[in-house]
Design a protein around this ligand. Sequence first.
Ligand code: MN
Length: 228
Amino acid sequence: MSDYAFATPPAVSLPVLSAKPFPVRRIFCVGQNYRDHAKEMGGNPETDPPFFFMKPADAILQNGGTMPYPPGTGDLQHEAELVVAINMGGRNISPGRASDLIFGYAVGLDMTKRDVQATLKKKGRPWEMAKAFDFSAPCSAITLKTQTSAIMKGKIECRVNGEVRQSGDLGKMIWRVPQIIHYLSQQVEIAPGDLIFTGTPAGVGPVVKGDKIEATITGLTPLAVEIG
Ligand code: MN
């Protein structure tokens, strides 16, 4: 007999290179964290502080999976991002202590219904239906932070059907990973299992059914998904 009214939902996890799987708790995302992308979205990267939104843990789509084209949009877009995996919690973490909380890194896609997002922005409404829908967070396996180097710098790219759409460098983030953890931990208590999608460089664009998306970051497992 179950202790609950129905079977508990399956745990969401990500594979980890040479370690046990990482159980996913929450997904935080940073908006407009590269100058060139902030500008293409009409933001002002020189003055705006970092802001966050979320996706549910079960929005994760495993590497190699097929993402069903979601309902309610005609403009599904890719945003390739560095994902930071957290295995220690805390509040008010100083930038100098932030790296203690980091378990590893992965490559993620913050899939976005751009047309829906534009409407919600215009009306001053929450972004969830544009960002937090089913399968909206494809993510690669996690590489332990001890097994990768120079994550503060390095190429981040997104290709659709082999054509380069996004090409940037992690060194161009407005808010670096330690600062992101610092700011986020002032607003919520960070917890083991949290993932942070750290924003996307310029070049975001639409995908359609049948497209193959590949997102890569130097030193990390490449992410490949197909739109179905
Ligand atoms: Mn994003």
